[in-house]
Design a protein around this ligand. Structure first.
Ligand code: PGA
Length: 251
């Protein structure tokens, strides 16, 4: 059975007080026992929010990025060793915003994924195409190449610690969502590709999340698709009420 995951990505939002309040509001919820909730928290607040998350066995904390090296002269960066030292279990890697604004390439992300896995972290690996690529109907090939570029060479054991988040760029923060069928088609394609790259077992067991304007009104239908194992949610994860509704949208 694949994990059902509702992951929030707070991006660069919230003051410290607001973040604490949001996390407390979420851990107070009665989360279905088969749902894993992951909070993608700004690095400055990770330690505090991780302490809050301890109050609920279904809630875990994730960094939104980590450096590819373990330590050294990289001013302003955060390493997976640092994350591990405060008990953070997850890291989001390859979000489209980081690919775009921080020039993160598939090669760099491959290095980051390797470093994170080698140091005991679980990785939420993001992929997804731009509107141009979608209009040209090249999205499946593009996303497969992103996966190949950063996950090729991992072992089956490594893949147990990898969650894939498919996030079409044209649907992120735009209010426009991929249709449930578009999400399902891509998730199916990713799963078939995992079967080619690894094997049927990896394909069957890897959780694939959809991201891009997931909200309470569409979560149930999207999560209801056979190859969709949950969501990576930005805007709607930043309010207790809307994120709770999303957490409860699994059938
Ligand atoms: P959104 O963001 O839900 O606000 O579209 C999703 C994401 O970027 O992870």
């Amino acid at each position: 059975m694949r994990k059902k995951i509702a992951a929030g990505n707070w991006k660069m939002n919230k003051t410290f007080g607001e973040a604490v309040e949001l996390a407390k509001g979420i851990v107070e919820q009665n989360i279905p026992s088969d749902v894993t909730v992951v909070l993608g928290v700004p690095s400055l607040y990770l330690n505090k929010i991780n302490g809050i998350a301890e109050a609920n066995d279904n809630v875990f904390v994730s960094a939104q990025n980590a450096h590819q090296e373990l330590s050294g002269a990289y001013t302003g960066e955060t390493s997976v060793v640092m994350l591990q030292s405060i008990g953070i279990p997850y890291v989001i890697l390859g979000h489209s915003e980081r690919r775009e604004y921080n020039c993160e390439t598939p090669e760099l992300l491959k290095h980051k994924v390797r470093t994170a896995l080698d140091n005991g972290m679980e990785v939420i690996f993001c992929c997804g195409e731009s509107l141009d690529i979608r209009k040209a109907d090249n999205q499946e090939e593009y996303v497969r190449n992103q996966i190949k570029g950063s996950l090729e060479g991992l072992s089956k054991e490594d893949m147990k610690k990898v969650v894939i988040a498919y996030e079409p760029i044209w649907a992120i923060g735009t209010g426009e969502t991929a249709s449930p069928q578009q999400a399902q088609d891509m998730h199916r394609s990713i799963r078939e590709y995992l079967a080619d790259m690894f094997d049927a077992e990896v394909a069957e067991n890897t959780a694939i999340l959809y991201g891009g304007s997931v909200k309470p009104s569409n979560a149930e239908e999207i999560f209801g698709q056979i190859d969709v194992d949950g969501g990576l949610v930005g805007g709607a994860s930043m309010k207790v009420d809307s994120f709770t509704e999303i957490i409860n949208s699994f059938s």
